[in-house]
Each structure stands twice: as structure tokens, then as C-alpha cells.
Design a protein around this ligand. Structure first.
Ligand code: ZN
Length: 345
């Protein structure tokens, strides 16, 4: 697909009647032009920064909303026209931190869970010292550098996480329903406080609020349309060229991303480690694109395992990528899903 997000209207026009109907069931969108007048004093700077004055004086803005979940993203052509960029990594700083790294010595420097530690081949678990759920622990990678990844390492991390959930279930008694949640905050832009590579695990008795909203969306959708929300979400993305299948997983370049380059994986896998190949492949592509900091979450929704992955921007940036718009209104996005799809599949 050669169009970008700012030509979403043209892209939707090319869909067959049935596909367009399904798209319109899921999404409402509008395309506006934001106009302004550049002063003579600003002209040189604007040309240098954005290429031309005209592009800045008339900006194309796409506002798109998922009608079921309320997820809402705002794209501006001035930002999305840039190519998916490649940046250098942070080798120096990463090496500096290693000397006093607690996670390089996890058995001595991190607490153990009440049932002990789960040991993988390339990782070990530790309890999280400041918990936000009654069971909240860490998969601490043997490798310090979080941007160093291998397929078999990812598989081992996820398998170790699954084994940790089994231990928690034994501890709590099988009857209590515990929610499985993996979260991977990679480097400080993503909220990680420790550089050394680690994934967090929470086993919660209460369904997290945002996931409960998704449960409700899926249940209401089934009642109203007698088909699956996730299946149809995939169909819409597929019809636009924003989805593909990889092994047993379906990969969606999400049309209403929470932040930059959001990718969603849906899978009928019974355990997260069965998705290792797909997750590794996506992370590898992320790193090739120059992504330095990301958030990854894995949770269950009905029969599905869902993975959500999002880029959190350059490690050199001092300003946060999440402001009042993202917290209270809609997400402002610089990455074009259509361009991302071209380099992700
Ligand atoms: Zn370390």
C-alpha cells in the first residue's frame, strides 16, 4: 500500500463494500487541515526544519477513534511524513552502569519469593521489592544489556515467567483465579528504573481496569454481532494492509496506537513462550528501526494471548512522550502505521 495515514480516506475508498462496512463499524475518523501563517523571520528556520513553508502553513491532521474501546489517535502529516528512522544505541552509558548493577548479582541483591526462585537457562526470578500487586516479581536476564536479545533467550524468559505463575498458583491454591500479566519496560523512557534487562510479572486477583474494559467490549461485540471482536479487528487491519500472520500469531500494526509504532499480536497459544518466535522477530525489527526504549505487555483475553508493544522514543530526549493529551484525551502520534507495516512484515 503506497498511501500513508494522512490519505486514510482514499485507502478506505479502495476497500470492498463488506470490508468498508466492517471498517466503519470499528472506526470513525476525520481529516482536517490545520492552517497558520509563518512570519518572515521564521521562514529560514521552518525551511531548514520541515523542508518547506507551505507544508507547515497547511498541515493535514487525521483523527481516528476505535468506537468500541474509545482508543483515539491524532496523526499529523508533518510528523508522519518522516521515514522510520534509525538511531545509534547507548553502549557507553550501558557499560558505565554495569559496575554497580544490582541485577548483575540477583541471588544476593534481590529478594526471593516465598516459594523461592524459578531458574531459567538465561534468567532467574526475584521478588519485586516494592510491589503493586500481592504477587509481583521479576524475570532478571543473565544479560545486562536490555537491547541484546536472542530468540532462545526470549523463549526462556517467557517459559520462566509461565513457571513462576504455576508456582504462584500452587501457593495460592488452584481455586483462586489469578490474572497473568507480563510487563517489560525497556530502558528509562519506558518507565524502567533499572537498566539491566528484566520483565515484570504480576498475578492479580482483580482484573486490571483497562483489561476489564476490553473484556466488556469483546462480550458486547459478541452479543451484538454474533462474531468475535478480536477476529473482526484483525479482518479490518488485514483489509487495510496493516496485518499479517506469523506462525500461529496474527500481527496488527494498530490503527489507534497508544503511542509510537504500536504493534499488537493476537494468538491462540496456550502459553506465552509459544509466541517467542514472533515476539523475538518483532523486537529484532524494532531494534533494526533504531527503537531504544519500549513497553511490552502480555495478557489473556478470552481464549487469546495478547501482546502489545510500543516504542517510547529516543533515550536522548529529555521531554516525556506522554502529556496531558495522552493521559486525559487522545494520543498524539508521529509514526505512520502504513509505513510501519511496510517494514514490520
Ligand atoms: Zn546488570
Amino acid at each position: 500500500m503506497k498511501h500513508g495515514i494522512t490519505e486514510l480516506d482514499k485507502i478506505v475508498d479502495t476497500l470492498s463494500g463488506e470490508a468498508r462496512e466492517l471498517f466503519n463499524r470499528f472506526y470513525s475518523f476525520e481529516i482536517y487541515t490545520g492552517s497558520q501563517k509563518i512570519t518572515a523571520e521564521m521562514e529560514d528556520w521552518v525551511k531548514k526544519r520541515f523542508g518547506s513553508v507551505e507544508r507547515v502553513e497547511k498541515q493535514r491532521i487525521v483523527s481516528i477513534k476505535n468506537k468500541f474501546t474509545g482508543e483515539h489517535s491524532l496523526f499529523n502529516g508533518l510528523r508522519t511524513d518522516r521515514p522510520v528512522e534509525s538511531k545509534s544505541t547507548i553502549e557507553q552509558e550501558e557499560r558505565k552502569e554495569k559496575e554497580k548493577c544490582l541485577f548483575c548479582n540477583p541471588e544476593k541483591q534481590t529478594p526471593a519469593d516465598v516459594f523461592g526462585r524459578v531458574r531459567g537457562k538465561y534468567c532467574i526470578t526475584g521478588s519485586n521489592i516494592a510491589k503493586y500487586d500481592s504477587f509481583h516479581s521479576l524475570i532478571i536476564f543473565n544479560e545486562h544489556n536490555p537491547l541484546e536479545i536472542k530468540r532462545e533467550w526470549i523463549e526462556d524468559y517467557l517459559r520462566t515467567g509461565e513457571r513462576w505463575f504455576e508456582e504462584v498458583r500452587k501457593c495460592e491454591g488452584e481455586k483462586k483465579l489469578l490474572q497473568k500479566f507480563f510487563l517489560w519496560n525497556c530502558l528509562w523512557r519506558s518507565g524502567a528504573s533499572i537498566i539491566h534487562g528484566h520483565i515484570q510479572l504480576t498475578a492479580s486477583r482483580m482484573r486490571y481496569g483497562k483489561l476489564e474494559v476490553l473484556d466488556k467490549v469483546a462480550a458486547d461485540y459478541k452479543r451484538e454481532f454474533n462474531t468475535g471482536y478480536i477476529e473482526d479487528l484483525y479482518k479490518v487491519h488485514h483489509s487495510l494492509g496493516l496485518a499479517s500472520e506469523h506462525k500461529a500469531e496474527r500481527v496488527l500494526v494498530y490503527l489507534t496506537p497508544v503511542k509510537e509504532k504500536e504493534i499488537i499480536v493476537v494468538s491462540k497459544a496456550r502459553r506465552s513462550d509459544e509466541m517467542a518466535d514472533t515476539i523475538y522477530g518483532l523486537l529484532k525489527k524494532y531494534l533494526d528501526m533504531g527503537v531504544q526504549s519500549f513497553n511490552l505487555a502480555i495478557f489473556q483475553l478470552g481464549d487469546y494471548h495478547i501482546v502489545r508493544l510500543v516504542d517510547r522514543g529516543s533515550l536522548a530526549d529529555r521531554n516525556s512522550d506522554i502529556g496531558a493529551m495522552e493521559l486525559y484525551a487522545a494520543s498524539v502520534i508521529s509514526s505512520d502505521p502504513f509505513k510501519l507495516a511496510q517494514v514490520s512484515f
